[in-house]
Design a protein around this ligand. Structure first.
Ligand SMILES: Nc1nc2c(c(=O)[nH]1)N[C@H]1C(S)=C(S)[C@@H](COP(=O)(O)OP(=O)(O)OC[C@H]3O[C@@H](n4cnc5c(=O)[nH]c(N)nc54)[C@H](O)[C@@H]3O)O[C@H]1N2
Ligand SMILES: Nc1nc2c(c(=O)[nH]1)N[C@H]1C(S)=C(S)[C@@H](COP(=O)(O)OP(=O)(O)OC[C@H]3O[C@@H](n4cnc5c(=O)[nH]c(N)nc54)[C@H](O)[C@@H]3O)O[C@H]1N2
Ligand code: SF4
Ligand SMILES: [Mo]
Length: 714
């Protein structure tokens, strides 16, 4: 090519080359890392680059998921129009036609079967504004009591335990900045290295400052590799491990009696209970050498300050509520809470796992963490919503129980917003059948997920890059996600879609919002005086301060960074110690001759939840494109399983097939499978539907299974 032509092409390229910068916040985990997506158009080709943006929580860090999250937002499979299932296939229709269909179906079903024949199912990825609107939509526009959300599988055990023991459920009682100053840390059932990677520098700094780190996990995860002591607990036996630690602290006279007397109740019963235990018996039950539990107890009790963090490993159990209570007992017994460098943290899961559980998409909850059973709370919210208190429905049921009601035909229609229950619920085969049996099923999603596949109508939702709003991160810091990309085709923000549906059902006046900020201002009022009080928080304040902590009761209130310094939030101001028996009355699935191994489930770094979003990313898929079973070499040998081969895993409920990954990092009696994949790799086909009686959490972290080399069906 001649020099002249090259010059011509170069100039032409420069003219058409454009760069757009989108401000965003990662859609995935509770760290809510701030970022910018930079779109470069060169001739007709688009190229994307992501950079982190400095902020007080993550300092501009991003993990591999955040770096690649633009791939699903710009994916060609994004829904652009409402899609109606006609003769078994989806066809694009207009918004008018979609709304008309809803107007024909919903009132008719309600007339025939009553208002509670409709269910509403939300998610922890939704903004605070959408979560708030979803609760109002269910209770006012549909008048149904059946609303719940995927956070039931996520935060419910920790939330109930926090509420009952301490009087408030805010993920972390202290801000992240205090972690580097603490001297002993227990990480119980949390794999932060893979699940909240950008939190790691706080812990690494603590370690450099001399903190002793204890990890409780049946597997040696990347998180456990950072630990000074790894307690390789038997799945579902964390209660016993915590009891051993409590017993040792008590016996060795290390309990903080002054703190216990001034700030707690229930100590007498706890002491009697501890007197009846032995460390050895608890250790045996937990599957951990007793010397290691004693070491953990001494390290924690002797440290000047200490923090305990829990996550789904101990919480997703049929007694997850009690497990968290027993770890909170350790903090209270040693007086390590409500002080600098001492406190509790439930590591929140989803982007808005925290805010999503505060503003009314939970069966028993009204905005501001108000209770739907409390007459005053009901009256207050009814006034904000312009309805009569007596018309407000009561408490519904939890997410999985809603699936059971669908299966029984009691709920005939479902609005699903931001969740994929066929992959994420326990007993997934039953759930799939239930979903298929619905008379009228509307899903609001960016994609046709495995569940939306069965919908009669799928409404196209905006992605995180297009939908502005607030999300509350794991610290309890309310952040503002700016979004400046245009949503593709005719897709819309969730809150706009819900408002349009409410409008067609006759509630236009109460759902006449023009912006997310307008909804937030109503939410502020609705939360005023509640436990999760957002009244003092405004978009302007969040922009200026880069996030405001709740509770924040007025615009001059700086927000509460550390909880419980002077009093706990329970009536009377004391925290509650609770006896957690070594063998409690909530039996878990036990291994047997037929099903000899414990199965536990969880996550890997590169994928997110049911994988609908991360499986769309070629970069993330390249890291791991299929599921696997982590199995100990001794166990693998016993079951004739070799490395990198297909394995069939069976439980009393079903079977799946995944590839083997043989590793000494897992207990011999346990296997691990992630839950990011569908169909024959959907591990929830193996998990039972039994629930924790207090918080209704399923036991995702312990089932009984057997394994065998995969054999092709003849
Ligand atoms: N990469 C990635 N990050 C995520 C997510 C994701 O899907 N992918 N999801 C987000 C969400 S919504 C959530 S809730 C969080 C979840 O975050 P985590 O709770 O940290 O993640 P999990 O992998 O489910 O479980 C954590 C650990 O518990 C261990 N475990 C299993 N059974 C037991 C047990 O009986 N006792 C104990 N002590 N430990 C046990 C597992 O081996 C695992 O290492 O992560 C968030 N971040
Ligand atoms: N075996 C096992 N099962 C588990 C768990 C486990 O550890 N083990 N963990 C449980 C936990 S902690 C969780 S949080 C659940 C999660 O379970 P799900 O909620 O089912 O998981 P997601 O993949 O987040 O599903 C989100 C869906 O909503 C869509 N979506 C994302 N953002 C938006 C949005 O802003 N608006 C709308 N309208 N749609 C959106 C996505 O495209 C996707 O289809 O899984 C639970 N299930
Ligand atoms: S997945 Fe979590 S840690 Fe990773 S970038 Fe997103 S918000 Fe940050
Ligand atoms: Mo979660």
């Amino acid at each position: 090519m001649s020099e002249l032509m090259l010059k011509y092409f170069r100039e032409k390229q420069q003219k058409v080359e454009t760069e757009k910068v989108y401000n965003a916040q990662c859609p995935f985990c509770s760290m809510q890392c701030k970022k910018q997506v930079i779109e470069q158009t060169i001739v007709t080709r688009k190229r994307y680059r992501t950079t982190g943006v400095d902020n007080p929580t993550t300092g501009g860090r991003l993990c591999v998921k955040g770096l690649n999250a633009y791939q699903h937002a710009f994916h060609e499979d994004r829904l652009r129009y409402p899609m109606q299932k006609i003769d078994g296939a989806f066809q694009p229709i207009s918004w008018d036609a979609a709304l008309q269909l809803i107007k024909e179906k919903i009132p008719a079903l309600q007339k025939e079967y009553g208002k509670n024949t409709i269910g509403v199912y939300g998610g922890g990825s939704l903004t605070n504004e959408t979560s708030y609107i979803l609760g109002k939509f269910a209770r006012l526009a549909l008048g149904t009591k059946y609303i719940d959300y995927n956070g039931r599988f996520c935060m419910s055990a920790a939330a109930s335990a926090g509420n009952k023991a301490l009087g408030i459920d805010r993920g972390l009682t202290n801000q992240l900045d205090e972690i580097p100053e603490t001297k002993c840390i227990i990480l119980a059932g949390t794999n932060i290295a893979d699940c909240q990677p950008t939190i790691m520098p706080y812990f690494e700094e603590a370690k450099r400052n001399g903190a002793y780190i204890i990890v409780v996990d049946p597997r040696e995860t990347a998180t456990a590799q950072m630990a000074d002591l790894h307690l390789k607990v038997k799945p579902g036996c964390d209660n016993a491990a915590a009891n051993a630690i409590l017993k040792c602290i008590y016996d060795e006279g290390k309990a903080d009696l002054d703190f216990i007397e001034k700030r707690t109740e229930g100590a007498e019963e706890l002491f009697v209970h501890l007197q009846g235990l032995t460390v050895e018996a608890c250790a045996e039950e937990a599957g951990i050498p007793y010397q290691e539990l004693e070491k953990a107890a001494r390290a924690f009790a002797n440290a000047e300050s200490g923090m305990i963090f829990t996550a789904r490993g101990i919480e997703q159990q049929v007694d997850g509520y009690l497990a968290v209570r027993n770890f909170i007992n350790i903090l209270l017994l040693t007086g390590k809470i409500g002080k600098k460098g001492s406190g509790y943290g439930a590591i929140t899961g989803q982007g808005n796992g925290q805010g999503g559980r505060e503003h009314g998409q939970k069966a028993d909850q009204l905005p501001g963490y108000r209770s739907i059973d409390n007459k005053e709370d009901r009256k207050y919210i009814a006034d904000v919503w312009g309805m009569k208190e007596k018309d407000m429905p009561g408490k519904g049921v939890s997410a999985y129980e809603m699936m059971e009601l669908i299966g029984r035909g009691d709920i005939k229609s479902l609005f699903l917003v931001g969740s994929n229950p066929i992959i994420s619920n326990p007993h997934a085969t039953m759930v799939k059948e239930a979903i298929q049996s619905l008379d009228f099923f509307v899903a609001v999603d960016m994609f046709i997920s495995e569940t939306a596949e069965y919908a009669d109508l799928v409404l196209p939702a905006a992605s995180y890059m297009e939908n502005a709003g607030t999300l509350t991160n794991l610290e309890g810091r309310v952040t503002l996600r700016e979004a400046d990309k245009k949503a593709p085709g005719e897709s819309k923000n969730d809150w706009e879609i819900l408002s349009m549906i409410a409008g067609i059902l006759g509630y236009g006046t109460q759902f006449s919002y023009q912006s997310a900020e307008e909804i937030f201002n109503e939410l502020r009022l609705a939360s005023k005086g509640g436990i999760a009080d957002y009244f003092g928080i405004t978009y302007e304040r969040i922009r200026q301060a880069e996030g405001v902590f709740w509770p924040c009761r007025s615009e001059s209130d700086p927000g509460t960074k550390r909880l419980f310094e002077d009093r706990f939030a329970r009536d009377g101001g004391r925290a509650e110690l609770l006896v957690v028996p070594l063998k409690n009355e909530h039996p878990k699935e036990e291994v047997s001759q037929e099903f000899p191994l414990y199965l536990t489930t969880g996550r890997v770094m590169a994928h997110y939840l049911t994988g609908v979003q991360t499986r769309k990313s070629s970069n993330l898929n390249a890291r791991l494109f299929e599921s696997f079973i982590e199995i100990h070499p001794v166990t693998a040998k016993r079951h004739a399983i070799s490395e990198n081969t297909l394995v069939t895993i069976e439980s009393p409920r079903g079977q799946i097939t995944v590839r083997s990954r043989i590793s000494e990092s897992i207990r011999e009696d346990t296997v691990f499978v992630p839950f990011h994949w569908a169909e024959s790799q959907n591990v929830n086909m193996l998990v039972e539907g039994r629930l924790d009686p207090v918080c209704r959490m399923p036991g995702f972290k312990r089932s009984a299974v057997r394994v065998s080399p995969y054999q092709e069906q003849q």
